[in-house]
Design a protein around this ligand. Structure first.
Ligand code: GAF
Length: 386
């Protein structure tokens, strides 16, 4: 569904629910991470791009102090509350907590919000590891920025969304997803230094498609496994007496790795090697060197499979199927938090149909599941749309 179709839905629902037209529309994109997995909360490097799957919000101000929010994709469920730094969780609606959380922390940061009406819709696949929740948080922040002319830059909007996710929704994620949703650039990937929050935009090579394949594996235990990985990384950093794994070279790690618990050592090795790969991948992409990029993506996948242990067999099969088609002309790896979800492939445009056909015909045989394929366009971060 194209963005204009989403806007049609939110504008129409807005008029139905509130009896007058909305004042403005806002979008915030989902993301795909090309490389740099589970490095963000280790103060490391990531290389995602925003994609043309979005959360869209139509909104208008109210003259009172009530915020009314309608979820068009959830049977028009409505939440209403007053903006305050003391907001509590909604007792029933999970989606509403992303909105309440963002509002709560905007208020806590001193932004002046009053009454508003919002209708939300989106086409980001949920639970697929493409950051539907970050795109919702960033879209909500962007909506209030536009409605009340707030001095809210993309970085602060992203940090505010992450705070909502960490402390209100209760998922201990890093900064990557909100950051790229707020600050993505059309046609580019973004190298993010997750410690300094400095970024470098990297133009995607010509003639290369960003192909995402959803394994449609039901993701289970994601939050608990994610938190376990975080703790293991923190334990490794503590052992080496560094602030974060970002501060260790592979040489320093290997000199004392044997003294570490074996599992913790594997987790640390993934993060340290992934940081190195991500910086190299940025250079490969800038040089348009898809062979080098493909090798780095392949090594990243192996590291996620064997050291970080966050892939599942169906995902490993998908990677193998795609790798066979693209050879050394592109790259493929699992993307996102893991335990199911999607793989991302950089595929020369001339091979995209062939890759899609191979996935459609071979993946169901090895997994018993039907894949969903998205050929994406690297897109702009959050902003106003007409
Ligand atoms: C999830 C998290 F939300 C991100 O912060 C990041 O850690 C990612 O998993 C793994 O790279 O998307």
């Amino acid at each position: 569904m194209a963005i204009q179709d989403l806007i049609d839905i939110t504008e129409r629902t807005f008029a139905d629910q509130f009896g007058h037209p909305s004042e403005l529309n806002v979008q915030a994109p989902a993301r795909v991470n090309l490389i740099g997995e589970h490095t963000d909360y280790n103060d490391g490097f990531v290389l995602p791009c925003a994609i043309d799957y979005q959360t869209v919000i139509s909104a208008a101000k109210r003259s009172d102090n009530l915020i009314k929010v309608v979820a068009a994709d959830y049977d028009n469920q409505m939440d209403s509350f007053e903006p305050s730094a003391k907001l509590h969780r909604h007792p029933d609606y999970l989606w509403a907590n992303y909105v309440r959380g963002v509002v709560k922390y905007l208020c806590e940061r001193g932004y002046q919000l009053t009454g508003a009406e919002l209708v939300i819709s989106g086409n980001v696949p949920q639970g697929a590891g493409l950051s539907s929740s970050a795109s919702l948080e960033v879209a909500v922040g962007e909506t209030f920025k536009q409605l009340f002319d707030l001095d809210l830059d993309g970085k602060t909007n992203a940090l505010n969304g992450q705070q909502a996710e960490n402390h209100f929704v209760g998922c201990n994620c890093g900064i990557m997803d909100q950051f790229i949703s707020a600050l993505g650039e059309a046609g580019k990937a973004l190298l993010i230094d997750c410690r300094s929050l400095q970024t470098e935009a990297v133009t995607m090579p010509d003639g290369v498609d960003v192909v995402i394949v959803n394994s449609n594996v039901q993701r289970g235990l994601v939050d608990s496994e994610y938190n376990t990985r975080r703790t293991q990384c923190e334990n490794a950093a503590h052992f080496f007496q560094v602030k974060a794994l970002r501060d260790l070279t592979m040489e320093q790690f290997e000199a004392r790795a044997e003294q570490l618990d074996a599992v913790v050592a594997k987790r640390a090795r993934h993060v340290i090697s992934e940081n190195e790969r991500t910086l190299k991948a940025c250079e490969a992409l800038k040089a348009g060197d898809l062979k080098a990029m493909g090798e780095l993506m392949a090594a990243s996948h192996v590291s996620m499979r064997d050291d970080f242990e966050i892939t599942v067999p169906a995902i490993d099969h998908l990677v193998e199927i795609i790798k066979k088609e693209i050879g050394d002309q592109g790259g493929v790896r699992m993307t996102g938090g893991g335990f199911g979800g999607c793989v991302v492939a950089l595929v020369p445009h001339s091979l995209t149909d062939q890759v899609c056909q191979a996935v459609e015909s071979q993946y169901p045989k090895v997994s018993g599941l039907k894949p969903t394929i998205y050929v994406c366009v690297p897109s702009d971060g959050a902003g106003r749309v007409n």
